[in-house]
Design a protein around this ligand. Structure first.
Ligand SMILES: NC(=O)c1ccc[n+]([C@@H]2O[C@H](COP(=O)([O-])OP(=O)(O)OC[C@H]3O[C@@H](n4cnc5c(N)ncnc54)[C@H](OP(=O)(O)O)[C@@H]3O)[C@@H](O)[C@H]2O)c1
Length: 337
């Protein structure tokens, strides 16, 4: 790789948080980077993806993916450049995205790593619209929500990585798109820049009343990113045969009390509606299909990929992650090293 050993700064999980996470939940260390073995390569990580799911990965217990162990490198998506390679499929200089962890350098065997093309879009976009959040929006809305032209699609967390893409795809598919987000600035962005038909500021408006005003025919598809009271409000406004996509419940991730479930669930019965959970990894074999169509929409100017790129070192990871839970990010949150 190089004559001298590279030192790698990384974050290891130190504690399982109760409630909101804090910087002491990780330890930060400098460790010598090992040489790649035959079939491996080294990535200099330049961008780390911050995802609400990280909070769940810190918890013990059964989920769709095993928890990060205490003492283990903190799991994270990321992107960067190959700087050394003993792998026939990856050359020095290749730009790549994968699950590289919260660290400066990653040694990889290539599993789950894909090459990306920065002539088309910056690396940060491959962690957002052309990465995991984009695939979540695409497959969650189209495969589970199954929106039809003329229907009303409501999405919560609408100014975020997943939600902003959901609303824009809904518009591309000829639907009415209504977003729910925190604050007037985010709501104005949704209607003025992203083409949403209406936006509801859940911090300043009565969501139930606003849904009634903006969804005169009811909600045909509700794409839920936040759970809690907003899910309940959406349930109260369903159209007949509505589909609810359970993508996430960020309002509940830092609870120290049990998750608040929907009280209005009998609305599913009355409206012959369905509520379906989705995990993006189930669509891994179809990412190329989703990526191609999303890239085309970006190139045609039909889809805006907004990223919130924070500059900082590995030690900036905890404070940057917390922005997601305070609503301080605007678009896909990325830490640029
Ligand atoms: N199922 C899957 O496979 C999958 C994959 C990716 C993501 N997800 C889920 O999708 C959701 C969105 O993820 P993302 O990466 O796109 O994050 P994001 O929306 O870019 O960022 C999180 C946003 O959540 C909102 N938020 C935070 N606390 C809230 C609360 N108490 N009530 C309502 N809104 C709150 C904030 O926006 P405001 O300013 O609007 O409050 C914040 O900006 C998360 O629930 C995540 O877990 C699921």
């Amino acid at each position: 790789m190089t004559e001298s050993v590279l030192m790698n700064r990384l974050a290891r999980l130190a504690a399982r948080p109760s409630g909101t996470c804090k910087p002491s939940d990780w330890t930060f260390c400098d460790e010598p980077l090992r040489e790649p073995a035959e079939g491996e390569f080294v990535v200099k990580v330049s961008h780390i993806s911050l995802d609400p799911a990280m909070r769940g990965w810190m918890n013990e217990g059964k989920s769709y993916i095993r928890p990060v162990a205490i003492g283990e490198l903190m799991r994270a998506g990321g992107a960067g450049k190959v700087i050394a390679s003993k792998h026939p499929g990856f050359q020095v200089g290749d730009e790549v995205a994968g699950t590289f962890g919260v660290q400066q350098y990653a040694v990889s065997d290539g599993k789950g790593v894909r090459k990306v093309d920065t002539r088309f879009a910056p690396l940060s976009t491959y962690l957002g619209a052309l990465g995991m959040p984009g695939m979540t929006a695409y497959f969650g809305l189209l495969d589970i929500g199954k929106p039809k032209p003329g229907e009303t699609v409501v999405v919560s967390g609408a100014a975020g990585a997943v939600g902003s893409i959901v609303g824009q795809i809904a518009k591309i598919k000829g639907c009415r798109a209504v977003g729910i987000a925190g604050g007037a600035e985010k709501c104005a962005y949704l209607t003025q820049k992203l083409g949403f038909d209406a936006a509801i500021d859940y911090k300043g408006e009565d969501v139930k009343a606003a849904l009634k005003a903006h969804c005169p025919d009811g909600i045909h598809v509700y794409f839920d990113n936040v759970g809690g009271d907003i899910l309940d409000a959406a349930l109260s406004r369903l159209a007949m045969h509505a589909r609810i996509v359970i993508c996430g419940a960020i309002s509940q991730y830092n609870n120290t009390t049990p998750v608040k479930g929907p009280a209005n669930y009998l609305s599913l019965l009355v409206n012959r509606a369905s509520m379906t959970g989705m995990v993006v990894f189930d669509y891994a074999e179809r990412y190329a299909e989703g990526g191609r169509e999303m890239a085309q929409w970006i190139a045609q100017g039909k889809l805006v990929a907004k990223e919130d790129v924070v500059q900082g070192g590995i030690d900036a990871f905890p404070d940057t992650l917390m922005k997601l839970f305070k609503g301080e990010n605007f678009g896909k949150l990325v830490l640029a090293l």
